[in-house]
Write a protein that binds this ligand. Structure first.
Ligand code: ATP
Length: 294
């Protein structure tokens, strides 16, 4: 039975602490001075309109991007911005687009995710000595446990590419869990799913949290986010606009305005936004007029 609500006292250990994270691409500031904390036992949501900077922020957390400014700490230690070191420290992630090894089996895909936790070196693997075989057995046992956890143990020998879409997404989660993370980052885990698959993913995320793994999730499906998350942060044009419980965020008129594209007082770069909207309105009027003339 999964727990639907977490009691997250302020004293719970901080798992992730991103401070003042900024990411610029040339003249574009995709993420601007974002602070975010995730504590043990929490499921935190990261939402925002398209292009708000959510994936860029994830990439800064996982070392895929070196932030222009700011730091990312995991359990009190500042992380070097290198993906393998971030995974080794205890942060795992999935991607917006499925990135499985399509021609490997389900089990092999999970084993790949395990390699950061095995100590056997190259020579041991090549010579396939007793140490390697023992490590291999242990890895396989752990991988099978994870496949049972996500309900795919009966498909261990199927090629990943032959799995239905929903199962491929689950397999990605199992592969991420194979590195024994303390924090799991999920980038749009329900994209393209039907309502049943989305519901099953919700249950899976609760079950992951119940195993003691904190979760930070990006998602556009608001029902999913508000059902699932203890806390939600809203990014708009690279800045954190609001952060709070699902109720607080749902009731905040600035969030509604940001999603509807309506400028509001204090919005980041609201004048720029108004200018873009005026230009779009003008372009629409021009094309209607041209249409009328044809
Ligand atoms: N590597 C890059 N180089 C240049 N610009 C980038 C790069 N990655 C992202 N951007 C820009 O940064 C901004 C934020 O993009 P990002 O993908 O982080 O948004 P998002 O909130 O994840 O959007 P979505 O919900 O559509 O996935 C966008 O304007 C995007 O074009």
């Amino acid at each position: 039975m999964t727990t639907q609500t977490a009691q997250t006292p302020q004293t719970a250990q901080t798992v992730l602490e991103a401070r003042d994270v900024t990411m610029r691409f040339g003249g574009l500031t995709a993420v601007r001075s974002v602070d975010l904390t995730v504590r043990e036992g929490e499921i935190v949501g990261l939402i925002g309109p398209n292009g708000a900077g959510k994936t860029t922020f994830f990439n800064c957390l996982t070392g895929l991007y070196v932030p222009t400014e700011g730091t990312v700490a995991y359990k009190g230690t500042v992380l070097p911005p290198k993906p393998h070191l971030v995974t080794q420290a205890g942060i795992a992630r999935t991607f917006q687009n499925i990135r499985l090894f399509a021609n490997m089996t389900v089990l092999e895909n999970v084993l790949v995710g395990r390699h950061t936790r095995t100590k056997e070196g190259l020579w041991s693997a090549l010579l396939r000595g007793p140490g390697f075989k023992k490590a291999e057995r242990a890895s396989e046992e752990r991988a099978m446990e994870l496949l049972e956890f996500i309900g795919l143990e009966h498909k261990r020998d199927h090629l990943a590419r032959n799995l239905p879409y929903g199962e491929q997404r689950k397999l990605e989660i199992a592969r991420a869990l194979a590195s024994d993370p303390g924090l799991l980052l999920l980038d749009e885990p329900t994209a393209g799913m039907n309502p049943q698959e989305t519901r099953a993913t919700e249950e899976l995320v609760f079950a992951i949290r119940d195993k003691g793994i904190a979760v930070l999730v990006i998602e556009h499906d608001m029902r999913f986010i508000f059902n699932l998350c203890d806390r939600v942060a809203v990014l708009v044009q690279g800045e954190k606009l609001v952060e709070g419980t699902s109720d607080v965020v749902q009731g905040d008129e600035r969030v509604v305005a940001a999603y509807l594209g309506t400028p509001f007082e204090g919005a980041p770069e609201d004048t720029a936004l108004a200018e873009v909207q005026a230009a779009e309105a003008q372009a629409a009027t021009d094309s209607t007029t041209e249409g009328d003339n044809q």
